[in-house]
Ligand binder design. Structure first.
Ligand code: NAD
Length: 442
């Protein structure tokens, strides 16, 4: 078992993982349903098939990603050939959240294994069915000294964080991200933090309102709004507000019917604690649509709120549920007044046909990533980096970047011996002018 230096071995274990996931796909979908009634379509598209496609892409490219790369040498070092070697970090800890519990545990794991690391994975305790099936699949696929799953909650997480690691990859809340960063700092362990934030969604008067409503409803209410990159709140240009709200309502009904609690396409809230947190956000607000909830079924309807106070609970923290506040703006100062209240978000969405307006907002605000005229879909392009900035996270992954995230890039200069230019050596007398000329020329 030489996972560190044998690319063939890594590839074989990943192929075995692919086989075991494909064989268990129905059980994974069932586990996701048992955990929070994730609809089958969403389970396949955002979890099982997403992971399968990531695995296939990794298996196909692992040899070329792992290869050392020759780079153009510096003339200062003439004669030399220069390389970047990719080296596994070593012992890697991955801590995953509950909202896409299969994908967000498996995708980092696949990359860490591909890059040659030993992996310890802690899935979320809030999705016990999915965590159990992940543990089973991993046990069947890998030697325990190569990849191991640690099921459990905060205690398990804290025990793992108290150990020394060569890399930590964490996906979850900002508050726990800070705990992870502190633990990592003890040993100067490098980290990736994939966190959350309050993601603005701006809709201006030039936008195709009907299409915007359709794409926002999809991106907001998929997974019952429990998506880190879901639009958190809408800022719509004031003169468009009435039309836009009627389109939003129309699209919600088109997607989930009039009896949304009976729809097989709408997930449930993860637990009662979050149900209370979310229903408290609706309480006392002006409800434009929805608002119904049922604690026994952990159900909260897709809910539109009109102009909540910026100091109200719903505008204080990341919503992470099926509640969509709709605020209005008249000019860019109004946008600034809202957006600048919050830390740098994970995503930012602009619906507009006005290119220069969209570009202006993109360059003005700092955020992880986003879309013009759509929501969420930037996540699906493996050629785009996925990650936050500031409080929404640090580091990024997806595609080859995932492999690179779990690899140390070692710089090597292989110097030729057939000539040894004397310029750099002491005594320095009379050498400064010519070395300056070379430095200026480079
Ligand atoms: P969380 O931070 O509560 O939990 C994440 C993981 O940390 C879990 O495995 C949990 O067991 C562990 N944990 C929880 N409390 C801990 C503590 N005190 N000490 C040590 N470990 C602890 O997050 P969550 O509720 O599972 O997920 C929701 C959050 O994650 C949201 O803020 C969302 O925006 C964010 N998120 C971000 C991404 C992303 O890719 N950026 C993806 C999904 C979710």
């Amino acid at each position: 078992m030489d996972y560190k230096s044998d690319i063939g071995y890594r590839k074989e274990t990943l192929k075995k993982l692919l086989y075991n996931i494909q064989k268990s796909e129905d059980l994974i979908i069932q586990a996701l349903y048992d955990d929070f009634k994730k609809p089958e379509f969403e389970a396949v598209v955002t979890e099982t098939h997403y992971v399968i496609s990531d695995l296939k892409n990794t298996i196909k490219n692992i040899s070329s990603w792992a290869k050392s790369k020759r780079v153009f040498p510096s003339l200062l070092n003439f004669p030399s050939s220069d390389y970047i070697y990719k080296e596994p970090y070593g012992d890697v800890l991955i801590i995953a959240p509950w909202n896409y519990p299969f994908q967000l545990a498996l995708c980092p794991l696949i990359a860490a294994v591909a890059a040659g690391n030993k992996v310890s994975l802690k899935p979320s305790e809030l999705t016990p069915h999915t965590s159990a099936i992940i543990a089973k699949i991993i046990e069947k696929t890998f030697h325990i000294n190569h990849v191991e799953v640690f099921e459990g909650g905060i205690e398990v997480s804290n025990k793992l964080l108290a150990q020394r690691w060569d890399y930590i990859f964490f996906t979850g809340s900002i508050a726990v991200g800070k705990i992870v960063a502190k633990a990592a700092a003890e040993n100067l362990t490098p980290i990736t933090l994939e966190l959350g934030g309050k993601n603005p969604c701006i809709v201006d008067e030039t936008a195709d309102l009907k299409l915007a409503a359709k794409r926002i409803v999809w991106g907001k209410f998929i997974n019952a709004g429990q998506t880190c990159i879901a639009p958190d709140y809408i800022l719509v240009q004031k003169n468009m507000k009435v039309n836009f709200i009627s389109y939003l309502i129309e699209e919600i009904i088109k997607a989930y019917g009039k009896k949304i609690d009976k729809s097989p396409d709408f997930a449930r809230i993860i637990n009662i604690k979050n149900w209370y947190r979310l229903t408290n956000m609706i309480h006392g607000e002006h409800i434009l649509f929805g608002g119904e909830s049922d604690a026994n079924k952990l159900y909260i309807a897709p809910t539109l709120l009109e102009d909540p106070d910026l100091d109200s609970p719903v505008m204080k923290e990341e919503i992470f549920g099926p509640i969509l506040p709709i605020l209005t703006y008249e000019n860019q100062n109004d946008i600034e007044n809202v957006v600048s209240r919050y830390e740098k978000p994970l995503s930012f969405y602009i619906f507009s046909e006005n290119n220069s307006f969209a570009k202006k907002l993109i360059s003005k605000y700092s955020f992880g990533g986003g879309c013009i005229n759509d929501t969420v879909i930037h996540f699906s392009n493996k050629r785009l980096p996925f990650g936050g900035v500031g409080h929404s996270g640090m580091g990024a992954y997806h595609g080859q970047r995932s492999f690179d995230t779990f690899s140390h890039h070692k710089a090597i200069v292989k110097k030729g011996n057939w000539i040894d230019l004397p310029m750099r050596y002491a005594p320095y007398k009379d050498k400064l002018a010519s070395i300056k000329r070379i430095l200026d020329w480079l």
